[in-house]
Design a protein around this ligand. Structure first.
Ligand code: MTE
Ligand code: MO
Length: 338
């Protein structure tokens, strides 16, 4: 089938918009989900990306026509093409390990977010209205062929990655690369956005723990006396993970009877914080040590949260307050805003 025989570009554009939306949604979900079915979301994300690549030849034929007709006046379309291509290249690069280094993930996310305004512009300025015939037998068969082809290519890429033992062969199901497991000193120090590492003097530092009917401060020495242990993997959305042995105090026993509390908020001296379902408290650890030594400043000294099964942005560092309360845990931005 030659490019010319492909019907109106309209349907290709529609498919691309749907795929872009699917890629953005699965990308965000993959960051939000730390375990279990997160794997399937990550696979869906990859398949959507590959489907975008497979539609590339048709899309460039359409764009060439558009450029001839309208001239280069449609710069937002060109910008959209550039950011989507950037997201695809960095995504494939990160997934295969060919673009090693953690920068590729940051560029990937930046390009993905950057595509949103241009995609919205495209929807408004060049509306593609779905038609009933979009669900004709032929169109559905084409859609199926695209989905099947994308899955095949995804499988083939995974197969090649494994067979050639590219660096990404032993990436985690989230797509992250291993960095410094059981060697906290070579584990990266990363912040979600713009926090900087505070210097904390433990003589003046206190951890404030409050529940509905109790409030109490702990000194560093009091906390360091606990020796609850948890082996857990911190998996940063920046694209790396590390497994460590953490030691400190489990939140469950520290809070005691939660009473009516529905959630527990864990706050940092820097203002950063996350809220968790109260039922999670028994698995959350306030760590004072990692690998048998006190935390480094970068990794959260004096105390940081260990949140097994959750992505890194939940692992609040430089914790100075823990509050059990009635607010539901989901009453917060899905991703931190500071
Ligand atoms: N206070 C605070 N805690 C934070 C962050 C932050 O920006 N501020 N970043 C989180 C993110 S995104 C990750 S991946 C982990 C990284 O932990 P590490 O620096 O010890 O490797 O810390 C989390 N805890
Ligand atoms: Mo992170």
């Amino acid at each position: 089938m030659g490019l010319r025989r492909f019907p109106a570009g309209r349907r290709t554009n529609l498919a691309l918009l749907v795929l872009l939306a699917a890629a953005l949604l699965t990308g965000a979900l993959a960051f939000a989900i730390g375990g279990g079915w997160g794997r399937w979301v990550v696979i869906g994300h990859g398949v959507a990306g590959i489907a975008i690549v497979l539609l590339g030849p048709w899309k460039s034929a359409i764009s060439a026509r558009g450029l001839r007709r309208r001239g280069p006046g449609s710069w937002p379309s060109i910008a959209l093409a550039v950011v989507v291509a950037t997201a695809v290249v960095t995504g494939l690069g990160h997934a295969t390990g060919l673009l090693s280094g953690l920068l590729s993930m940051q560029v990937h996310v930046g390009a993905g977010l950057g595509s949103i305004p241009f995609a919205l512009w495209h929807v408004l300025a060049r509306p593609v209205r779905p038609r009933r015939t979009d669900l004709s037998r032929r169109a559905v068969l084409r859609g199926g062929a695209l989905a099947g082809g994308s899955l095949l290519v995804y499988g083939a890429v995974e197969g090649v990655v494994r067979a050639t033992s590219l660096p990404s062969a032993d990436r985690r199901f989230t797509g992250s690369y291993e960095r410094g497991s059981f060697d906290p000193r070579s584990m990266p120090v990363t912040q979600w956005l713009d926090d900087s590492v505070p210097e904390i003097d433990t003589a003046a530092w206190r951890l404030a723990v409050s529940t509905a009917d109790d409030e109490r401060d702990y000194t560093y020495e009091e906390l360091a006396a606990f020796d609850d242990r948890v082996r857990a993997t911190v998996d940063c959305t920046g694209g790396w993970f590390a497994e460590q042995d953490w030691e400190g105090v489990l939140l469950g026993p520290l809070l005691g009877d939660p009473g009516e509390a529905r959630s527990v908020a864990v706050g940092s001296l820097t203002g950063y914080g996350r809220r968790f379902p109260i039922g999670d408290a028994r698995n959350l650890l306030l760590a004072t040590r990692v690998g048998g030594r006190p935390l480094s400043a970068g990794h959260g000294f004096p105390v940081r949260l260990v949140a097994p099964g959750r992505r890194g942005f939940w692992w609040v560092k430089w914790v100075d307050r823990v509050e059990a309360g009635a607010t539901p845990w989901w009453w917060q931005s899905p991703f931190p805003l500071t």
